[in-house]
Design a binder for this molecule. Structure first.
Ligand code: HEM
Length: 152
């Protein structure tokens, strides 16, 4: 797996895929959390879920931050490394310490986008997502246990 960043191209590819996904799927937040909880049912208890038919509290804010960080990381913005490390440190207070959780969350996010793109999803999108998720999650690995930066 390559973690080499290709800022301009990857940012444009992520943006284009997210635009298409939003146009087709509307609010993708519930689908991302549902997919993540299929991968990691044990993670559901970490969140505050007042209504099981709805995504957890704060999840929209979390997705908003993830999308911003992913895009800003791809664009090479320098604040990303320290902010991502802070997120990972703060999340330990929510019992989120396993770096694999981050990998699986981003895989769920990528898979929801890929499904919404359907036949429009291709190797170019897949490679951009792989590179940029790995680049973002590298900062989590720095403060947590090593390993599992690959989405597969
Ligand atoms: C790039 C990755 C992530 C970012 C940027 C991020 C960001 C955030 C933010 C900003 C909040 C606060 C939401 C609010 O103000 O209400 C939050 C809450 C939370 N996040 Fe994340 N998050 C990430 C990954 C994860 C992962 C992988 C998990 C795994 C389970 C997780 C679990 C939680 C939990 C349990 C809360 C508290 C929700 C609650 O109060 O019920 N986060 N996250």
């Amino acid at each position: 797996m390559s973690t080499t960043t290709q800022p301009t191209e990857d940012a444009a590819l992520l943006d284009a895929s997210l635009e298409i996904a939003a146009a087709r799927g509307g609010d993708i937040v519930p689908a991302v959390y549902a997919r993540f909880f299929v991968l990691r049912p044990d993670a559901a208890e970490l969140f505050t879920v007042p209504d099981p038919t709805q995504p957890p509290l704060g999840c929209g804010q979390m997705m908003f931050e993830i999308i911003n960080l992913l895009m800003d990381s791809a664009a090479g913005k320098p604040y990303v490394a320290s902010y991502m490390r802070k997120i990972a440190i703060d999340h330990k207070d929510c019992r989120v310490a396993d770096p694999v959780l981050y990998t699986q969350f981003m895989a769920a996010f990528r898979d929801v986008v890929a499904d919404l793109l359907g036949a429009d999803w291709n190797e170019t999108y897949a490679a951009a997502w792989e590179r940029q998720c790995a680049a973002l999650l590298r900062h989590v690995q720095e403060i947590a246990a090593p390993g599992a930066a690959c989405l597969r």
